[in-house]
Design a protein around this ligand. Structure first.
Ligand code: NDP
Length: 327
């Protein structure tokens, strides 16, 4: 075995952390031959719970797991890290204003961005899962001026997977029949899952479903799936969110399949009219460890409107954190 790759997970004692850590340690993040060293960051009152999870990780005797560090010190947590999974965030509680939510998360993701800047490995790659994920990623990225901006991403892969699964069920095809799915914009209710560029067995998906289903069932079902899971399960989605995080990082390291792409929220280079620097979801392929935005896709008026609305929301979030002095 070679040198282990250090992977930092924040909010490690949370429910997504619990669904994530065992699969990282068993090779589902980087591949079955890559040894890992886990670094768990928690707030002081949750360190003990993280220690409990670490005891269980030990008890699995995973061949690839070469060590576990647990800390509430952000600098230590990111020291030498190559993969940062930023899961812990301040949830919105009842009566909380959006400004308060952004402020609380600024206090988490700003220092984490700085710690990544100052202490992480040169090849560090970051995935933000904690909500509001796109804007939290923007805050972290803006505190890491020495790290290439493109190394900061936010997760829309769960939305992407939900879109695949809803469409597959509708057309009674396996999910593997579907390619070129895209989630555009913000990981929020304004996200736009695009069936006009997606393909089912090589044919445009939108032409195989009726328009009212696409507009009034498919899009809201994908966008509101998180709430439906809470309603059914009595708790928010965790295993599916963890699975999507693994898919995202796995593809970043190992590449996307030829002829297909996935959905990644990454800093815009101005493609498709999305203002430069906004962390917005795009169709993306991964080559040689880098995400590239798929260029030249046609967007009809309906798609354009939906993307504009989601990008407008991201712009407002960026303006709000700028005004709060968080970026
Ligand atoms: P979860 O593990 O369930 O969720 C963590 C974050 O992921 C939340 O912000 C949640 O957003 C977000 N998320 C993104 N996509 C999804 C999705 N599809 N389904 C569900 N969640 C999603 O939260 P827990 O409360 O169980 O655990 C959080 C842990 O983080 C706690 O142990 C806490 O102590 C820790 N924490 C650590 C920090 C640190 O390391 N510095 C800072 C803050 C918290 P949403 O709120 O919208 O559900």
């Amino acid at each position: 075995q070679g040198r282990p790759v250090k992977v930092t997970v924040t909010g490690a004692a949370g429910q997504i952390g619990y669904a994530l850590l065992f699969r990282i340690a068993s090779g589902h993040l980087l591949g079955p031959d890559v040894p890992v060293r886990l670094s768990l960051l928690e707030i002081p009152q949750a360190v003990k719970a993280a220690e409990g999870t670490a005891m269980e990780l030990d008890d699995c005797a995973f061949p690839l797991l070469q060590g576990i560090d647990i800390t509430d010190d952000v600098n230590q947590a990111f020291d030498g890290t190559s993969v940062g999974l930023l899961v812990g965030a301040r949830p919105r509680t009842k009566g909380m204003e959006r400004g308060d939510l952004l402020q609380a998360n600024g206090g988490i993701f700003g220092p984490q961005g700085k710690a990544i800047n100052d202490h992480a490995a040169d090849d560090v790659r970051v995935l933000v899962v904690g909500n509001p994920a796109n804007t939290n990623a923007l805050i972290a990225q803006s505190h890491a001026p020495d790290v290439p901006a493109e190394r900061f991403t936010a997760m829309t892969r769960l939305d992407h997977n939900r879109a695949l699964s809803q469409l597959a069920a509708k057309l009674d095809v396996p999910v593997t029949a579907i390619t070129r799915m895209t989630i555009w914009g913000n990981h929020s209710a304004t996200q736009y899952p695009d069936l006009y560029n997606a393909e089912v067995n090589g044919k445009i998906a939108a032409e195989q479903v009726d328009e009212p289903w696409l507009r009034d069932t498919f899009i809201p079902t994908v966008a509101k799936r998180g709430a439906a899971i809470i309603e059914a399960r009595g708790a928010s989605s965790a295993a599916s969110a963890a699975n999507a995080a693994l898919n995202h990082v796995h593809d970043w390291f190992n590449g996307t399949p030829e002829g297909d792409w996935t959905s990644v929220a990454l800093p815009s280079d101005g493609s498709y009219g999305v203002p430069e620097g906004l962390i917005s979801s795009f169709p993306a392929i991964s080559r040689h460890g880098k995400w590239e935005i798929v260029q030249g896709l046609p967007l009809n008026a309906f798609s354009r409107d939906r993307i504009n609305a989601s990008v407008r929301e991201l712009t407002e979030e960026r303006d709000a954190v700028t005004q709060l002095g968080l970026i």
